[in-house]
Design a protein around this ligand. Sequence first.
Ligand code: MCA
Ligand code: AMP
Length: 506
Amino acid sequence: MKIPILKSIEIHSLRVAIIDETKSYSYSELERQSVQIAKMLKETNIQLEGSRIAVLLNPGFQFAAAALAVWRVGAIFVPLSVNSPDSAILYVLDDITASIILTDNNFELNISALSKRANAQLLNVENAQSAKVILQDILYKSDREALIIYTSGTSGKPKGVVISLGNLEAQMTTLINAWQWSADDVILNILPLHHVHGLINALFCPLYAGAAVYFLPKFDTNVVWSLFKSDRINVFMAVPTIYVKLIADFDAADENEQLKRKEAISSFRMMVSGSAALPVKVLDKWKTMSGHILLERYGMTEIGMAISNPYKGERRAGFVGMPLPGVQVRLFDESTNLLIDNDEEAGEIQIKGPSVFKCYWNRSEVTANSFTKEGWFKTGDLAVRNNGYYKILGRISSDVIKSGGYKLSALEIEEQLREHPNIIDCAVVGIPDEEWGEKVAAAIVFKTELSLNFDSQLTQWLKERIAPYKIPRIWRFLKELPRNEMGKVIKNDLITIFNQKNDTSA
Ligand code: MCA
Ligand code: AMP
């Protein structure tokens, strides 16, 4: 098979593919740059096929060209988080034994020492023009690994989710058809590109459809509203926190400005919410502002998008919709070992189909344990079904937290906190929050007397170790943690403690 997005590049060569801070780029420019980067990769003489190439680039033209270049040479594309501290980046580089890191002038200096530690060659995409080697396109089998995305879950350390070219094609085709993507669309992408929402739904899908992707360097409510008003965008996708922030900004504007904003968003073709539960209050407010019922859908790194409200037809508030074409969905009760076949009971969402990931990178046992014997992927999400529509009830494990749309592992944050010399014990939970979905909250037991501002000292200490969105925003310093007879922390009791007053909130 041919790499899916390369097919679309040929068809749409004169159309605009990417718009970023400085200029817009056509599909043929995207193609040319991806060929140059691929040639630069070839010139290293490293064995590229099947090797893992990490990419540390801001969202934009070079990022998209780098992804295509990695596929052109038969390697696996691994996008790195641009805001993560060195230790988190090094963890990924080591886990995938990266052969090469592709970066640019923005990051080259900072990443240079890390690339040496990880034994990976560092290449700057801004030097790609001088590459001259001859390049031959490779033909692929659909089970060839295309990308690895790191996700946190019930295990302590983040796991690499391996997505094959076939998985990617299935995910993109399903969404393009279900949401009626066309080459005339222009999407504003303000999401991080090391996760499926920003990467596949809001970048690869539009590119596959021949549409244009408008990038902003950073999410900023004011700039987003200005762009909405510019009449240049007709598709938007975001996590609920972003809609909450846009609503707050809207409410703060004067009446005249509000009218302009309303008019601007009412003409959009599609506005999507996902990655976390969309509060009905937010959906209702957006509807009064825009006339749009936000299209809420449900997905996961391991499965892509699985369930969606219809593009045409009834979008139900509080529900994530119906299974997407090609995706098999069932509800299963593990305690009784029975399938749920009625509208009253809740069960775990389990998924089968061509969009389901290939494996976790280098973790065959974890991969095996995440599927049932019959090959259904166990999502860990609880849901009920009502007249064919699914409603997400929450996560089976309280160790999984969703904050700002990011999936976080309480265990990973706890493990990191335990490395602190003054911490004896700790436990992390998610506390419901209107803006963030959940806020990360940490209860700490210290060895020695606390100094003043210890929460901000701990925050600073963590900033050098984990991604900023994983850092606890609420702190409690306790003499001991609530535990059951088995010694296990009772996380529900902890949540109650957090909900009492006098916490230290950030
Ligand atoms: C930042 N702040 C927070 C959090 N993050 N406070 C509480 N909880 C948080 N999680 C605080 C900062 O400390 C700062 O406070 C202020 O908010 C602004 O911080 P900043 O980093 O600038 O935030 P932002 O740029 O406004 O970011 C918010 C965001 C971001 C845009 C919503 O979190 C984001 O991009 N989320 C999207 C994640 C995503 O794409 N997930 C998809 C994965 P102060 O001002 O006091 O300093 S899920 C997925 O891919 C699956 C497949 C799916 O279904 O989609
Ligand atoms: P991630 O692993 O980062 O891909 O996040 C996937 C998880 O996000 C799912 O397992 C769900 O818990 C959650 N999620 C995604 N979309 C929704 C939604 N529309 N409503 C509720 N939870 C969602």
